[in-house]
Design a protein around this ligand. Sequence first.
Ligand code: PMP
Length: 284
Amino acid sequence: MKVIWNNQLVEREDVKIDMEDRGYQFADGLYEVIRAYNGILFTAEQHVERLFTGAKKIDLILPFTREELIYLLNELIKENSIETGNIYLQITRGVSSPRNHTYPKIEFTSPVFTASTTVVPRNLETMKDGIKVITLPDMRWLHCDIKSISLLGNIMAKHEAHKKGKDEAILYRDEAVTECSASNVSIIKNKILYTHPDGNLILSGITKTVLLKVARQRGIIVKEETFTLKDLKEADEVFASSTTMEAMPVVEIDDKPVGDGKRGPVVKLLQELYVNEVELTCGS
Ligand code: PMP
């Protein structure tokens, strides 16, 4: 398996990351997960755009153009013969010594970019049966729009869920539901889809954006408005969304079933519409 290291395709064993890399010391970096279907990247432009937006927010100068990055990622997918799988990419501000919180001057450091692939089949069984979740206060920082490699708040929440034998944690600030530890969350009530508006409190999910687009095209009313924990628990249907999960039914919250505890009709429809959208880009 090849990986990308600083814009070159190399063997995994040849990658050397410095212990004074600011990604390692400060989690000073960004990441993306992009999915391939039939050997073709889905929504790559949107993921790359989000990376560039995040980079601008943290004054990180990326060592490639959008087009160069997409070219490299396609090369990696081809080289590793990935049909259905993920690319994980991350970019850090690079090595800076001695350790110092201040961003180093660009002439003294260069970003470190790595990317790797994993074969990950679509999890059709779970997409039908759904996942079980807990709810937790959102204890993360207030820049959740930045896809930062600093994920301690997220992984602590996911760990709480796993300790209770559940799959995900839905987070809330005061009474407003924000998102999950590694996905967005939306609810359906009386045929209307509600999801937290984009902004600094959530990651603007690419999957969510695709799902909202196809939902609207199908005539579903979509309201990008905050909803409460009470709304969540009284919803007809709930789903999480992410690049790897697509639209994932949530069938149990805090040990209580959502609706009748089975995947609902709107989520099923959204899953089908999502697949149609994937097939438009990646073929069937
Ligand atoms: N929110 C969080 C906190 C996430 O980690 C993710 C997935 N990385 C998402 C939302 C969903 O984003 P996307 O649909 O772009 O994968």
